[in-house]
Ligand binder design. Structure first.
Ligand code: COA
Length: 253
């Protein structure tokens, strides 16, 4: 059975981690396939969003612990690093759909996603401290930014499991849904994104994801991209549609 399943449909790439017998624990092969799928999606002009999900009762139990013992991954050059690079630099919005457990990198990877939806009985954990390890995947930087220092300390220094409600209050997830409905909820958002002008979508995400820079520099950067987008066919068409509908007495776009 394939451990990563992909499907492209209606402008959306869905990547499903499919190793249920091991709680979707991530192997170098799974990381490599997910990295390739995300990188490929960025080049596909027909796609507007990527949805990342697991199986019915598990998102992922994180890195395969046996693999940690057998072959600790190289810091700069390894499938896990390729995956984290692809995810953190993804051009298209990435939406995660979480059912069941999201543990270790299964939880920290969510910090790189743009939207996260979880079932109300989902369970999150960043248990690195309990394993004698430290936070990874940029989580020591991203989690305090998202959740604040105190809450990040609770999650990373105590290493306890927490609920979907806790994850929502910490700002890690966007929404909570009925168990079994996380993928549908993620796909509904993906469909909304599929209707957006692609260039504006990609450029907006890039601006949102940029590291800190002085405000004046950011305003200038936005201005350059704004002008570039304004000249695009998609933008010109949308603005003309606004005036045409007004002239014919129709609703605004
Ligand atoms: N790496 C390797 N194998 C894993 C795994 C992981 N991260 N997580 C689960 N598995 C395996 C188990 O060893 C077990 O295999 P077996 O049937 O051959 O014995 C199988 O998946 C089922 O796991 P089990 O622990 O029995 O399921 P559960 O429903 O009782 O618990 C979890 C689910 C996710 C809470 C639990 O498996 C867990 O805590 N896993 C480890 C999470 C972790 O520490 N990740 C790494 C962080 S750095």
């Amino acid at each position: 059975m394939k451990t990563v399943l992909t499907e492209k449909k209606d402008g959306v790439l869905t990547i499903r981690i499919n190793r249920p017998e091991k709680k979707n624990a991530l192997t170098p092969e799974i990381y490599a396939e997910m990295a390739a799928a995300i990188t490929d999606a960025d080049q596909d002009k027909n796609l507007h969003a990527v949805v990342l999900t697991g199986t019915a009762d598990t998102f992922t139990a994180g890195n395969d612990l046996q693999n940690f013992l057998d072959a600790p991954p190289d810091v700069e050059n390894s499938p896990v690093r390729d995956f984290l690079n692809a995810l953190s630099e993804a051009k298209l919005p990435v939406i995660a759909a979480v059912e069941g457990h999201a543990v270790g990198v299964g939880a920290t990877l969510l910090l790189h996603c743009d939207f996260v939806y979880a079932a109300e009985d989902a369970v999150f954990q960043m248990p690195f401290i309990n394993l004698g390890l430290v936070p990874e995947a940029g989580s020591s930087l991203l989690l305090p930014r998202v959740a604040g220092h105190q809450r990040a300390s609770e999650i990373l220094l105590l290493g306890e499991a927490f609920s979907a409600q806790d994850a929502k209050e910490a700002g890690i997830i966007n929404g909570i849904c009925t168990p079994g409905k996380a993928l549908d909820t993620a796909l509904a958002t993906a469909q909304k994104l599929a209707q957006k002008p692609r260039k504006a979508l990609v450029e907006s995400k890039a601006l949102l994801r940029r590291e800190f820079e002085p405000l004046a520099k950011r305003i200038t950067r936005e201005g350059h991209v704004f002008r570039e987008c304004l000249a695009s066919d998609e933008s010109q068409k949308a603005i003309h549609t606004f005036f045409d509908r007004k002239k014919s007495g129709g609703a605004r776009p």
